[in-house]
Ligand binder design. Sequence first.
Ligand SMILES: Cc1ncc(COP(=O)(O)O)c(C=O)c1O
Length: 402
Amino acid sequence: MFEELKIAPPDPVFGLAEMFRADPNPAKINLTVGAYQTEDGTTPVLNCVKQAEKLIHERQTTKNYLPIDGTATFASLVARLVLGEQHPAIADGRTATAHTPGGTGALRVAADLLHQQCGTRRIWIGNPTWANHPQIFKAAGLEVLWFPYLTPDQRGLDFEHFLDALERAESGDAILLHTVCHNPTGFDLSREQWMQTLELVKSKEMVPIFDFAYQGFGEGLDEDAAVLRQYFADGHAGIVCNSFSKNMGLYGERVGGLTLVTSESRSQPAVLSQVKAIIRTIYSTPPQHGGAIVETVLSDSQLRSEWIVELDTMRRRIIDLREMFAERLAERIPDHDFSFIRRQVGMFSFSGLSREQVIRLRSEFAIYAVESGRINIAGINSRNLETICDAIAKCVEQTAEC
Ligand SMILES: Cc1ncc(COP(=O)(O)O)c(C=O)c1O
């Protein structure tokens, strides 16, 4: 029965993490996986989460199933976190939020809903993107169409060609938009570019999916949501897939949210019922513990304030690291311009390194980065910064000599 199966290609990110674990070199450095790390190289449990877990432990009376779409409290808290407390779409009853297993779960349920119920056949995705995006939408049966995102030197947005490509979009096509902290490049649209993009989305009658995996990692929880809040305040319909993996450090708990915004409140019950029908056939109900943590942190004013402080600390650390990284690289390789690293936002940076240079970094210096040249800035710390910059300088020089 399984004899003819071929080995599936390794995941570009998790596959490298496995390779890293297997590397016996004690000086190895991991800049691959998209998890935040502190100065001591760990991915900690946030204090607000630890405290919430204590409260859950004391108060919890059952491990019974959650509703298919999670609890009503979770849905209300998450919709308000994403859209803002006083958002007109919430006030008008135009939203439905389901608790999903991470942002990935939200994206897959959204893809199934579009394909099975909304007649959507195609989705536009910028190139490059998070490697799982095309896989998720293809697995749901959608055709993936690409629009360019970066200039050929990968040091900034190619907005002209981005818009040109979308001129070919048809009514009913979906489009995936990284709301903030673009993964893998770190280059976000400016406010003006967002306005132009969303005008095009509206005029072409496309369905926007806002992937919101990094709320709070750009400028702040509300600032990062400004663009999508504005879009939905104007009465448009669309989808938001948010995640608590990064901003609450709940990676392994698998907790995220799928928020559907309809243009009229009368569509809301049907949309929610279809989402529930889809979830029932995939994972039936969401995992309880992560959802309970999010509910506890967001509903307790003291824990929520503590969360915002901890999130600010993570964001500031990344901004400082980005600054130091760009500065040290410029010192070592003065004839290269690394100022683009300062213009990037969030945990990831397209370093400008070629695939060959990334492979050399791994084989000669045991420094692991994704082959696209993406590095996780949060994997840098004061102990490894100089080593990383020295190694990059050597790889860049060697390539120049070739
Ligand atoms: C752009 C993007 N979207 C979605 C996700 C999915 O996050 P989760 O771990 O919550 O499934 C990630 C995770 O790395 C991501 O980078």
